[in-house]
Structure formats: C-alpha cells, structure tokens
Design a protein around this ligand. Structure first.
Ligand SMILES: Cc1ncc(C[n+]2csc(CCOP(=O)(O)OP(=O)(O)O)c2C)c(N)n1
Ligand SMILES: [Mg+2]
Length: 355
C-alpha cells in the first residue's frame, strides 16, 4: 500500500510521505543538473591540476578545493550578470563556478599568455573582470574589503550589484574581515560574506583557533546570518538566493557559514595529518556522489545522462590542457605588461565589467 493508493486511512509512514511529494528537490531540473555538471568540472579540473603539478607542468603548488565543490556552485549559481566576486587562495571552484573559461583558467595556472591574467598571476590570482571576478587572493581575508569597496562603487554608479566574498574559517580571524563586516553594515553594502568552514586553516583545526561560533561573530556586526550544509549544492544555492534577494531589496549584507571539508591537504605538497575516521566520515558526504544519487532518485538524471556529462567534462579538461600546452609563454621583454594599472584595473568601463 502506498500513500497515493487512496485506500489506506492510516497515517503515512515517512517513506510513503517522501514518495507522495512530486519532488524532494526545490530547484528545477535544469539547474539541478547544471549544479552536478559544474561540480564535476571543478573536481576533474583540480584532479588534473594535481597531475600537472606532479609533472612540473604547473609550477609550484596549488590549493585544491576537492570536497568543497557544492559551495562554489551553489553560491555562484545564485549570482546575476552584474554581480561581483572575490575569492581566496583556494579559488578554482569559485571562478569556474562563475563561468570563467576552463581553457583560460588552465592556461593561467600553466603560466601562458592566453591565461586569464596573461600568465602573470597563476593559481592564487586568477581574475576575470568581465565576469565580475575581482581575483583570487593569496592574502587570507583580503578579498572581503575589495568586495565591499567594489560593490559600493558599483551601486554608487547605479547598478543593482551584490557581491560574494569568499574566505575561510581561518580567515574569519583576520581583523580586516571584521572591518569589512562593519563597513558593509554601516554603508548598506550588499556583500554576501561566504565563509567556507572546511574546519582547518593549514593544519590547525578550527576548535583550537576560534573561540565562538562563526555566525555569532557576524551577527555581532549586525548582519543576517545562516548556517548552511556546504556539502549540499541545493542548500547552498537556496541560502545564497535568499541572501542575494535581501541584498537587492534592502541593500543589506549577509553572512553564510558554509560547512564543508577539504579532502586533500592544504596544498599539493602537504602530507595528510588528519584522523582517517574523520576523513572517512566526510567522504561519505561527497557531493559528487550524493548529489547525482539524489537526482537519480528524483528522476532528474539517468545513469546514461550522468555518463554523458562526465564524458563531456573529460573532453573540456583535455582540450583545456592542450590549449594551454600549445599557448605561448610570456617573454622576458614583456615582464611589465599587464602588471600595472590599465583601463580595467583603474575603473570599471561602461557596460558590465569590461574585458
Ligand atoms: C594574512 C595572511 N596570513 C597568513 C597567510 C598564510 N596562509 C595561507 S592559507 C592559510 C590558512 C587559511 O585558512 P582558511 O581561511 O580556513 O582557508 P582554507 O585554506 O581552509 O581554505 C594561511 C594561514 C596568508 N596567506 N595571509
Ligand atoms: Mg579553512
């Protein structure tokens, strides 16, 4: 007997209630599938980066966000075309989520002139102003004041922009982050402060670093706050959507604590130091497994669809690596080009965010 047989008057069991709902998801199918596709792209992009680092095709180390993809895609999916984004040292997911071209991001990491920053920035400085991406940032917490200033400037120019400023659970202990909270509240600047709580800053666990709840700190600054399951792209998207709506309507900032986990070390050169049981517990929540499983349960995705998506992502990644390999290196006599202020860096050109 199922809940929709209409013959059984006994109260429905939780399982039957679940089945009776038309869909257990609040996002439409297209978006739900797009969230999976983007997460897969980010995961495979970073796994490929690790190989390229090991083969010396990417110089130095990169900070992977493997495990945190749901945060990147959920936050960026809720942004509009005139919105702004500042990122961190762990920013590949944020910029790919926002729609940066995979080839140009890969070329940047591989130091080529076709990269987003003409090969001058590398992994920790990927920026794409035409998409409102004002840069990843190697200085912990430093994206937050940039977001506040840039969103204030955009709104002063009459745009309806909001901003997403990413930082980590370690970053919340930076003074400038709290100064940014305060300015955003005082000046009515709708920045959504997206704190990715992956529970560690390098090797330091959050419990030995931060004395109060993260949301209470932001609440103290006078902002609306939410604690969000950062392993669930839908939960992230819905929380972000609400914060963006508040930002547009009331010109008010918000704070989201997005709880997630990074499955790898702080960067590619770091050895594992965490409790294997803890790691196992978080691997069981891997959004790359749990999200497509939910989509399949809801009939939003078939195994064939998933295979198709996975294959198309492989092609994109392969093409990106080939594009970067075949692109020219910057030349020594061009060393000062693209380093000092240009039109784009000085002020936003008319239209959206220039080129
Ligand atoms: C101002 C500043 N202090 C210290 C560092 C060195 N550092 C780089 S990443 C990092 C940890 C950041 O942790 P968190 O904010 O939680 O971000 P996660 O690495 O976990 O993504 C530190 C201390 C830095 N880059 N900038
Ligand atoms: Mg952290």
């Amino acid at each position: 007997m199922t809940a929709d047989d209409g013959e059984d008057s006994s109260p429905p069991t939780p399982a039957a209630t679940e089945k009776a709902r038309p869909s257990g998801l609040s996002v439409p199918r297209d978006l739900a599938v797009a969230l999976y596709r983007k997460m897969r792209l980010i995961r495979r992009f970073e796994e490929t980066c690790v190989e390229l680092v090991n083969d010396n095709e990417i110089a130095a180390v990169v900070h992977e966000s493997i495990g945190q993809e749901a945060v990147a895609v959920g936050v960026t999916a809720a942004l509009g075309p005139d919105d702004l984004l500042t990122s961190t040292h762990r920013g590949h997911g944020h910029v790919l989520g926002r729609g940066a071209d995979v080839k140009r991001v890969m070329a940047e990491l591989m130091g080529r002139t076709t990269g987003t920053n003409h090969g001058r920035g590398g992994s920790m400085h990927v920026g794409e102003p035409k998409l409102g991406i004002l840069g990843a940032n190697g200085i912990v917490g430093a994206g937050t004041p940039i977001a506040v200033g840039a969103v204030w400037a955009a709104r002063t120019r009459g745009l309806d922009s909001v901003g997403a400023a990413f930082f980590g659970d370690g970053g919340i202990n930076q003074g400038v982050v709290h100064e940014s909270f305060n300015l955003a509240v005082i000046w009515d600047v709708p920045v959504i402060f997206c704190c990715e709580n992956n529970r560690y800053a390098v090797t330091t666990p959050i419990d030995s670093m931060t004395g109060a709840s993260l949301t209470r700190r932001a609440e103290g600054a006078g902002m609306a706050v939410a604690e969000v399951d950062g392993m669930d792209p839908e939960a992230v998207y819905l929380a972000m959507q609400q914060a963006v709506a508040r930002g547009r309507k009331e010109s008010a900032p918000s704070f989201l604590e997005l709880s997630a986990y990074r499955y790898k070390g702080h960067h590619t050169a770091e050895k594992e130091y965490r409790d294997p049981v803890e790691l196992e517990t978080w691997w069981a929540k891997d959004p790359l497994e749990t999200w497509p499983a939910r989509l399949m349960e809801e009939g939003f995705l078939s195994l064939e669809d998933k295979d198709e998506i996975d294959k198309s992502v492989e092609i994109l990644i392969r093409e990106a690596v080939e594009f970067a390999r075949n692109s020219p290196w910057p030349q020594p006599d061009e060393v000062f080009e693209f380093v000092y202020a240009t039109e784009t860096a000085r002020g936003f050109p008319s239209g959206t965010w220039g080129s």
